[in-house]
Design a protein around this ligand. Structure first.
Ligand code: NAD
Ligand code: MG
Length: 399
């Protein structure tokens, strides 16, 4: 009998976490859940831990631990309960699991994702904010430990699949041989046909109603503003060691082509499929083998047509600001991401108008660019600038 791969899921109660458990449950002989973590919804965490026979869970506070115990009730084999932010780092590097799904939302997920990379795990990386804030540090950790990094973000997973087989390193030193350009597709989100100035009164419900993908609320808003695509360009820059000017974005409303790689000879390879995150998750879990994911067939005749268009940066200020941040450097990328997290949380809480999200990001970038250049070589440096940027963003949100 083959021993199963033990998988830890950071952020199991979220959209990616849920889909990961779904794929794992289809392959009981291949995978066993080790640790599940969540920041809230202890009843759901208890249900997931029970169904997946998790060995341990990690929760943020003692109060959350009590809630977990209550939700567990007197069912047998209660998992070990780990508490606090440091517990996340510990479970991510625990030798008992070989693979870690990094699916916490936001830069809050960075320390644990980095710990998994440092510990040499198979890291299934959904948490793009970790790479945006700390791309160089993260990729250096992958290189140093020999971790196996598999991108789960659908665009990056598509690109990974389309790269030359012999040149698909976890942390490449430079662009893959023969590749001219990476092309990220973007659906354009729910407001694709509207002008930015018309969107001032958009509600969180409207912004979260993504036409093709079902995702957590933060990334849904990011998809609507297309800041998400900006984060993804920065993510691609690090994952594939590709200069920014060789990464482009094309609007593709159907979300069938998940991204493309253009080669020197003019060939363009694309990965297509239904917009369902279980495909990239199954790819990451099974790599290099292909395993079933529960995703149905893609019927191109039913899709009928695939459209592509150039994004209009004048109508997409968040995407334009991302390109500026990428050009300016890591400090600006940290500020961009932190400001966006603050602004989107305020928007979801109905404390900030939708179009103000771009204003808060712009003001925070301006603040960061006026600061003396800080060293960003350690996790502590990065967390400090992230926190200062959040403070600047909160001030900007009050204006
Ligand atoms: P989600 O909001 O649905 O879930 C987030 C998870 O993180 C939850 O389990 C939550 O409890 C946990 N969490 C939240 N704040 C935390 C904190 N401060 N500390 C510890 N844990 C915390 O988000 P999601 O849509 O599953 O996205 C997760 C990550 O994957 C994001 O970085 C997102 O950009 C990326 N991603 C998601 C999708 C998707 O389809 N949902 C696609 C590509 C990339
Ligand atoms: Mg994506």
């Amino acid at each position: 009998m083959v021993t199963p791969t033990h998988v830890t899921i950071l952020g199991s109660t979220g959209s990616i976490g849920h889909n990961t458990l779904d794929v794992i449950a289809r392959h009981p002989e291949r995978f066993a859940v080790h640790t599940l973590t969540a920041h809230s919804r202890m009843d759901l965490l208890a249900k997931q831990a029970f169904e997946s026979k998790a060995v341990a869970v990690a929760v943020p506070t003692a109060v959350a631990a009590e809630r977990f115990k209550t939700a567990w009730g007197d069912a047998p084999k209660r998992p070990d309960i780990r508490v606090g932010a440091q517990a996340l780092v510990e479970v991510a590097s625990d030798p008992a699991s070989e693979a870690v799904m990094a699916a916490i939302v936001g830069s809050a997920g960075l320390p644990a994702a980095l710990a998994a990379a440092q510990a040499g795990k198979r890291v299934l990386l959904a948490n793009k904010e970790a790479l945006v804030a700390a791309g160089s540090l993260f990729m250096a950790a992958v290189r140093a430990s020999g971790a196996e990094l598999l991108p789960i973000d659908s665009e990056h997973n598509a690109i990974f699949q389309c790269l030359p087989h012999h040149d698909r390193a976890s942390a490449p030193a430079g662009p893959a041989a023969g590749v001219r350009r990476l092309v990220l597709t973007a659906s354009g989100g729910p407001f694709r046909n509207q002008r930015w100035a018309e969107l001032a009164h958009v509600t969180p419900e409207q912004a979260c109603a993504h036409p093709n993908w079902s995702m957590g609320r933060k990334i849904s808003v990011d998809s609507a503003t297309m800041l998400n695509k900006g984060l993804e360009v920065i993510e691609a820059r690090h994952l594939f060691a590709m200069p920014a000017e060789r990464i482009s974005v094309v609007i593709h409303p159907q979300s069938v082509v998940h991204s493309m790689v253009e080669y020197e000879d003019g060939s363009v390879l694309a990965q297509l499929g239904q917009p369902d995150m279980r495909t990239p998750i199954a790819y990451g879990l099974g790599f290099p083998e292909r395993i079933s994911s529960g995703v149905g067939m893609l019927d191109l005749a039913l899709a009928g047509r695939l459209d592509f268009a150039q994004p209009d940066l004048k109508q997409l200020p968040c995407l334009a600001l991302s390109f500026e941040a990428l050009k300016a450097g890591q400090g600006a990328c940290i500020a961009l991401n932190a400001a966006n997290e603050v602004a989107v949380a305020a928007f979801l809480d109905k404390r900030l108008g939708y179009t103000k999200i771009a204003q808060v990001i712009e003001a925070t970038l301006n603040w960061q660019m006026g600061q003396p250049e800080a060293s960003l070589s350690s996790l502590d440096d990065i967390i400090e600038l992230d926190e200062l940027s959040r403070q600047a963003a909160r001030r900007a949100a009050l204006d």
